[in-house]
Design a binder for this molecule. Structure first.
Ligand code: GDP
Ligand code: MG
Length: 730
């Protein structure tokens, strides 16, 4: 309750010195993300928050290419956010560590890593569009991390903005209970301010300054009674969830006598419990509602305390997550971390669990986008930046030493209950979720002199972005890049040229097809040979079977029948690893077009080995056996299929549908939104190359389009032929 009391007493003075508050109480830290569909206004809103918090004294605009958080050349040129930016600022004596995430699906790994370090999120909706496709995707991602959140309806200045439509789409599409905390004031059709329903105040924002004027019954008559009614409804609604508030209402015998402080407390509690979603609104572009938005972050989103509890098993030791890596001309490689437990000190030795390597911390910083402020330590709950690390990659966990991690793991396993989330489990299993690339293309330096520079550039970029895959094609010897989409690979190419100054050519973009087994098959290999006078002998029996449209987590499984289980339980660990490596190698290159074999499982039935047989012989034998089985049984080709959503004026609907059907699409749903149709469909990725341009032409620039990966699917024999020709090039 103290929080709210000081909050309401403090004035609107904000803090302009970055240094002033670097040692804030952990409860006053807000690690938040701004999540939204592309173009909803994330970057513009962030820029406004930086301005009002006094961090910057001039506002940039996305279309001028001068915002703080879109600082990469590629971002400024294209007016989009590519890498997540972390900025720290202060508002009402709270430290905000804000992460402006990229909206485009090509950068989904960045979003995923950022979500991992947040304690709460602000969802921005374009009030003229409501909940859009990408909003839904990131909403579900936030669900997986259990993030408390609220919604900001942006672009309320637009004439087609509709609070009603937004609420309807929030309820329908997100299946949550929105709670309206404000209403817009419009003068002559123009947005001039907001009404705060809780405090019954008029908020105006002229000359970039917020003014609050209490509504009075005498002067505001109708507006006053309307707001009074909204307030009672609001109190009524929260009291359905919040017992403390319900009891207060009974005691006071009226909803109108309930103190604002008590309502705020109840909203906070139920937001943290994720029973309700508060909704505030405004216009970032017109500087309306931003201060109130920041107040809502303080009041309704949590500090890091609750989430840190998951990492209690580390006791006094460090547990931190590297969620972003960038390269700075002066400072070298910078690793952004969230400290979940313990603290990091300047110059200390740390251990990267994922890389299994010790590292030396150089300097520590707090980040103000691409500007940095040096600090002595980063404490539990906070986000900061480390320089000097040589091996750590995006997604890695950091601790003090291997033994500290081992100790924590033992404690974790002992106390493991439902309270511990996936992230902690992933930590100990050494897993970083890296999405599957759907596109690839060959890359080669313009002359051999650039080869080393190219290799180094790719290595550095992979450290920053593990969703960029770099492999060698064994047949052609070419370097092949795998990526999440056209834009992803385009940006990589741009950075190689401009940032690393390496002259390189990129081949044509290719779809990442997969192969899958037609039918189950079982076979045995009895291997015997003599190498350098040593007998190498083993027997292995395996089956492979297709798993349908599902990609299974475990590729190698074990026969659980009694006889088999007895044999398998006696296999040495090193031999199992050798078999697993053999399986993985065989499935990396299918027999038809050398693509990854997916949606299959391999079952081990029997294994026996002569003493002295080397592991590499077992691996090679296993690979050979599986390749032979795949060859004999035959494979089908799988293609990536995307979920797409197109928003288009009704007039263009029939040409759009005709075009979609030519692109082998299945239309899932056509719904109406104001004057536009929203079409949801599944379309093979191979039909979507350059689609953004095509749809622009088809709709005279009026349609918008977004897509995300759906699944790998079998193709018709004719389409298979086309795919094979495109891969082989003839
Ligand atoms: P992001 O993709 O979510 O980061 O969105 P941006 O901040 O880049 O904004 C996308 C576009 O919407 C830009 O042209 C902004 O100028 C514009 N925009 C942002 N906020 C508002 C707003 O409140 N009202 C209007 N009318 N336009 C806005
Ligand atoms: Mg942006």
């Amino acid at each position: 309750m103290k929080l709210f009391r000081t909050f309401f007493q403090s004035d609107l003075r904000y803090f302009s010195t970055k240094k002033l508050l670097l040692d804030v109480d952990v409860n006053k830290i807000r690690n938040i993300g701004i999540l939204a569909h592309i173009d909803a206004g994330k970057t513009t809103t962030t820029e406004r928050m930086l301005f009002y918090s006094g961090t910057i004294n001039q506002m940039g605009e996305v279309h001028h290419g001068n915002t703080v958080t879109d600082y990469m050349t590629q971002e400024r040129e294209r007016g989009i956010t590519i890498t997540s930016a972390a900025v720290t600022f202060f508002w009402r004596s709270h430290q905000f560590n804000l992460i402006d995430t990229p909206g485009h699906i090509d950068f989904t790994m960045e979003v995923e890593q950022s979500l991992n370090v947040l304690d709460g999120a602000v969802f921005i909706l374009d009030a003229s569009a409501g909940v859009e496709a990408q909003t839904l995707t990131v909403w579900r991602q936030a669900d997986r991390y259990n993030l408390p959140r609220f919604i900001f309806l942006n672009k309320m200045d637009r004439t087609d903005a509709s609070v009603e439509h937004c609420f309807h789409s929030i309820q329908q599409k997100l299946s949550v209970t929105p709670l309206c905390l404000q209403i817009p004031i419009k003068k002559g059709g123009k947005l001039s301010g907001l009404i705060d329903i809780l405090t019954m105040e008029k908020l105006t924002f002229s000359n970039m300054k917020l003014a609050k004027i209490a509504l009075t019954e005498r002067e505001d008559c109708e507006l006053w009674s309307e707001t009074m009614l909204l307030r009672s409804n609001l109190v009524d609604k929260i009291s359905e969830y919040n017992e403390t508030l319900a009891e207060k209402i009974i005691k006071e015998e009226s909803m109108d006598n309930i103190k604002t402080m008590d309502i705020v407390g109840a909203i906070r509690e139920e937001t943290l419990n994720q029973n309700i979603i508060p909704v505030v609104m405004g216009s970032a572009y017109k500087n309306i509602g931003i201060q109130a938005l920041m107040d809502a972050v303080v009041l309704y989103l949590p500090g890091p305390g609750k989430r840190s509890e998951y990492y209690n098993c580390f006791e006094d030791n460090l547990c931190a997550k590297a969620f972003k890596i960038t390269h700075n001309k002066q400072k070298g490689t910078l690793v952004f971390v969230k400290v979940h437990n313990g603290e990091i000190n300047k110059g200390q030795k740390i251990y990267s669990t994922t890389q299994n390597k010790n590292e030396l911390v150089g300097r520590l910083y707090t980040a103000f986008a691409d500007d940095f402020h040096e600090v002595e330590k980063i404490k539990s709950g906070n986000i900061g930046v480390i320089s000097g690390l040589k091996h750590t990659k995006m997604g890695d966990f950091l601790s003090n030493s291997a033994s500290a991690v081992q100790k924590a793991k033992e404690k974790f396993l002992k106390t493991k209950k439902s309270v511990l989330d996936d992230a902690v489990e992933d930590l100990f299993e050494n897993k970083v979720r890296i999405p599957e690339p759907v596109f690839f293309c060959a890359i080669e330096p313009e002359s051999a002199a650039y080869q080393t520079a190219l290799d180094n550039a790719l290595m550095e970029m992979q450290r920053q972005d593990p969703s960029l895959r770099v492999t060698q094609n064994c047949e052609t010897g070419q370097t092949v890049l795998g990526g999440m989409g056209e834009l992803h690979l385009d940006i990589i190419k741009d950075r190689i040229l401009k940032e690393y100054k390496v002259k390189a050519k990129l081949g044509e973009l290719q779809i990442n097809y997969h192969e899958t087994l037609k039918e189950k098959t079982t076979d045995t290999l009895e291997f015997c040979t003599t190498i350098g006078g040593l007998v190498q002998k083993f027997t292995i029996r395996l089956s492979i079977f297709p798993t349908g449209e599902e990609e299974k987590k475990e590729i190698l499984v074990f026969d659980r029948t009694q006889d088999a289980a007895k044999n398998i339980s006696a296999i040495y660990h090193k031999h199992l690893s050798a078999i697993r490596n053999g399986v993985e190698a065989a499935l990396a290159n299918g027999p038809r077009i050398s693509c990854k074999v997916s949606n299959v499982q391999v079952m081990l039935h029997f294994f026996a080995v002569e003493k002295g047989t080397s592991e590499s012989v077992i691996t090679a034998g296993t690979t050979q056996l599986i390749q032979k089985m795949l060859q004999q049984q035959g494979t089908d080709i799988l293609e990536p299929v995307m979920n797409i959503e197109i928003v288009i004026p009704s007039d263009y609907l029939s040409p759009l549908l005709a075009d979609l059907s030519r692109r082998r699409s299945t239309v899932e749903e056509i719904s109406m939104r104001e004057n536009v149709k929203v079409v949801r469909a599944n379309t093979p990725l191979s039909e979507l190359q350059g689609y953004a341009t095509i749809i622009r032409t088809l709709s005279s620039g009026t349609a918008t389009f977004s897509m995300e990966f759906y699944k790998y699917r079998k193709m018709s024999p004719i389409d298979e032929e086309i795919a094979i020709r495109s891969v082989r090039g003839f």
